[in-house]
Design a protein around this ligand. Structure first.
Ligand code: BGC
Length: 253
């Protein structure tokens, strides 16, 4: 990797993945490194794995280069404020301080959906779009990222809107389709309810659908009827790492 590349690290429920990102191309400069997320996924245990991933690419990192790291939670000014699908001990953790200490460099910590959205806006399905763009990630939960004029409004958390009396992600996330063994049609009905509701509240010009299941977008996106175009994400699983690196290198502090 050339020294101009920025390391992005994506902390997920099953794996912690990192790669140096070539921000001119919007792609990995080297193969990514993945390590299983520790079973007891406390901030300290996760930080050890993050350090291992960073160590793997250390020889190539400029000393003053920042690192971008995602977590699947609200991150308000570096502090984790929610824990819908992660260990509750994260709540109140100053993740930027923790990771900066173990990596001994500047770290920017970002919500996972916000990072994926930034990657799609700069290199993927939302590229060049100036209107209101909503990215949703359908995975264990539902993550959302909202943009206007290409600028991110962080921590929107629209996966937790109430839907038919439930937390929306507990009805319509991809994990729920798998756990309840829903057909594509039955799942699409729930997605229709969800996206119509979001659309009535926000009036996006474009909706981008990410998460692993976006590989199978042809099975469910054609079943949805919305005012805005709804399209699959383009960067797939790489979006979190790429967006984390992009946001780290464009962070104003
Ligand atoms: C969390 C979000 C996260 C999303 C996807 C939700 O449960 O509240 O912060 O972006 O899951 O991981």
């Amino acid at each position: 990797m050339s020294k101009g590349h920025i390391l992005g690290i994506d902390i997920g429920g099953s794996g912690i993945k990192g790669a140096p990102v070539d921000l001119e191309k919007g792609e990995f400069a080297e193969d990514r490194k993945r390590i299983d997320t520790p079973e007891d996924s406390t901030p300290e245990a996760v930080a050890e794995v993050v350090a291992e991933v960073a160590e793997h690419f250390k020889k190539d990192m400029k000393d003053d280069a920042p690192v971008g790291i995602t977590v699947p939670a609200v991150v308000h000014h570096g502090i984790v404020r929610s824990a819908a699908n992660i260990d509750p001990s994260w709540i109140g953790t100053d993740a930027e301080a923790l990771f900066s200490k173990v990596l001994d460099r500047r770290v920017i910590v970002i919500n996972d959906a916000d990072a994926a959205g930034a990657a799609e806006m700069h290199y993927g399905a939302g590229r060049g779009h100036e209107g209101t763009v909503l990215l949703t990630t359908l995975g264990t939960g539902i993550g959302t990222a909202l943009f206007l004029g290409g600028e991110l409004m962080p921590n929107t958390e629209l996966g937790h809107l109430e839907l038919d009396g439930y937390d929306a992600e507990k009805r319509a996330a991809s994990s729920i389709r798998e756990n309840e063994d829903l057909s594509w049609e039955d799942w699409a009905e729930r997605l229709q309810r969800y996206y119509s509701h979001v659309e009535d509240l926000l009036w996006p010009d474009l909706i981008v659908v990410g998460g692993g299941v976006s590989k199978k977008a042809d099975k469910f996106l054609p079943l949805l009827h919305l005012r805005a175009p709804i399209v699959p994400a383009q960067l797939r699983n790489d979006a979190g790492i790429i967006g984390a690196a992009w946001l780290a290198s464009h962070h104003r502090s």
